[in-house]
Design a binder for this molecule. Structure first.
Ligand code: FES
Length: 104
């Protein structure tokens, strides 16, 4: 397991980017649950963020790609609007305990 950060370093409704062994990934906490995905848009294979640690749309309820605006469900990674609708982000298994948020 690889520790991404302390539990309180990913607040409710926040997103964060990480670089682990050359792999770019993102984590989002929503309704208390942490979701992790590769930071790679299925449309062009580029990173999603428009600024460091900014992965969400203005409502904070969807992951948004900065390149062409694709929108993804936070809890499944499925693209629900944009040029790659129907495709999905690559989910990464993670878990959380009192010590941290861990990539499995
Ligand atoms: S690269 Fe993400 S929507 Fe085009």
């Amino acid at each position: 397991m690889i520790r991404l950060c302390a539990p309180d370093e990913l607040a409710e409704g926040q997103s964060r980017g990480f670089l682990v062994d050359g792999l770019q990934l993102l984590a989002v906490r929503r309704h208390g649950q942490v979701h992790a995905y590769r930071n790679r848009c299925p449309h062009r294979g580029t990173p999603l963020d428009w600024a460091p640690d900014q992965f969400l749309d203005p409502s904070g309820s969807l992951i948004q790609c900065a390149q062409h605006g694709a929108l993804f469900l936070i809890d499944s990674g499925e693209c629900v609007a944009g040029p790659c609708a129907g495709e999905s982000l690559t989910a990464l298994a993670c878990r959380e305990d009192g010590e941290g948020i861990w990539l499995l």
